[in-house]
Design a binder for this molecule. Structure first.
Ligand code: GLY
Length: 360
């Protein structure tokens, strides 16, 4: 087995390098570079010990390593929490040659990215995701942001990290549910671009989702590879990047309906099932491809349906989102596996028929 780290490049405006491998914490100083003086590690208490370990490692290279412990999950993405980080940086005279490290799940890397993007109009950023979702999605591609009382991710910027360090060993102790929820995004890359992902899950789902297996690492690399290719071409989501939102139009509405208490991937699984039904009804997706969604997502233990009576509320949320973007209600659908496209302006009756197919 080849244990050397794999390096995946994002080119263009989002230029960065993503390193995937095992036992990588010792390489973070190399990722930060020599000219850095101070480092701020933004992390949650869940990874507190890891943050201490990283701090001890980095203290051998830099004059000061600061820690900012922030709340878990969405509670991290608040302006008060960003202000807490800015305060630490201000009090330490953090300069343009200093660096921020985001260590944690997607919410923490979103916040750390935002803090790095805004301090002195941008300082060096290295992301170290500690969840599957963070590795294959949130920490890669430079979307950073915080929430406001009016909605999620309303404040933020596109700001690419210089490096993303994906140390698969950090996933060894993740709860199984967390891994499987992250695999909704892995499966997404399979559906929109990379059938090898689907084949690997279909061959042996237990091996595919075991962080100790070579198959798992390969799936993480394939997923990041898709995201890197898309973001290299379309950093600011002018077109192609939208395909990464497969399953997300309905998925976001479900997250909203569940008051953001559900794991992202769980909602996105239902959203992809819906997008598949919509692709069959309003497009040309075959019955077999829809069934493949059901079997792959089902084998991951992810939900495939949502209560029938919730449709009016979900539609209203999607309409509000649409207004917020001053556009039409848009879905990503597939014409076939790995053939995504935008579907816009669909009749509400068709949207509802498709929902009936996934209604519990
Ligand atoms: N999570 C979707 C994107 O990064 O564009």
């Amino acid at each position: 087995m080849n244990d050397a780290p794999t390096r995946i490049r994002v080119t263009g405006d989002a230029a960065s390098t993503i390193t995937v491998g095992r036992d990588l914490l010792g390489s973070v100083a190399g990722a930060l570079g020599e000219r850095v003086n101070q480092v701020l590690i933004v992390h949650t208490s869940t990874v507190g010990r890891l943050a201490e370990q990283l701090r001890a490692e980095l203290q051998q290279h830099y004059s000061q390593v600061l820690l900012a412990e922030v709340p878990d999950a969405e509670a991290a993405k608040r302006v008060e929490v960003a202000a807490f980080c800015w305060q630490i940086m201000g009090q330490a005279d953090f300069t343009r040659s200093d660096a921020v490290v985001g260590l944690g799940g997607g919410a923490v890397t979103d916040l750390a990215g935002f803090v790095a993007a805004t301090w002195l109009r941008g300082v060096r950023l290295v992301q170290i995701p500690t969840t599957v979702l963070g590795m294959v999605d949130a920490a890669v591609g430079g979307k950073t942001g915080i929430n406001t009382a009016e909605g999620k991710n309303l404040v933020g910027s596109f700001y690419a990290p210089q490096e993303v360090v994906c140390d698969i060993d950090l996933l060894a102790t993740l709860p199984r549910n967390e891994i499987l929820a992250g695999f909704a995004e892995v499966a997404k890359y399979g559906f929109i671009a990379e059938p090898e992902i689907l084949e690997t899950i279909e061959r042996d789902v237990d091996t595919a989702t075991d962080p100790a297996s070579p198959e798992f690492r390969r799936l993480v690399e394939l997923s990041i590879g898709v995201k890197a290719r898309v973001v290299s071409e379309d950093f600011r989501e002018g077109g192609l990047r939208e395909i990464l939102n497969y399953g997300h139009t309905l998925g976001h509405a479900i997250e909203h309906a569940e008051r953001y208490q559900w794991r992202h991937g769980v909602a996105i699984s239902i959203g992809m099932m819906y997008a598949a039904e919509l692709g069959r009804m309003a497009g040309q997706l075959s019955d077999a491809a829809v069934e493949r969604h059901r079997s792959v997502l089902g084998s991951l233990g992810l939900p495939l349906s949502y209560p029938a009576g919730r449709w009016p509320g979900l539609l209203a949320t999607m309409q509000r989102d649409k207004k917020a973007r001053a556009g039409m209600l848009r879905f990503i659908v597939l014409d076939d596996i790995a053939k995504p496209r935008v579907l816009a302006g669909v009749d509400e009756s068709v949207l509802q028929f498709a929902y009936q197919e996934i209604a519990a």
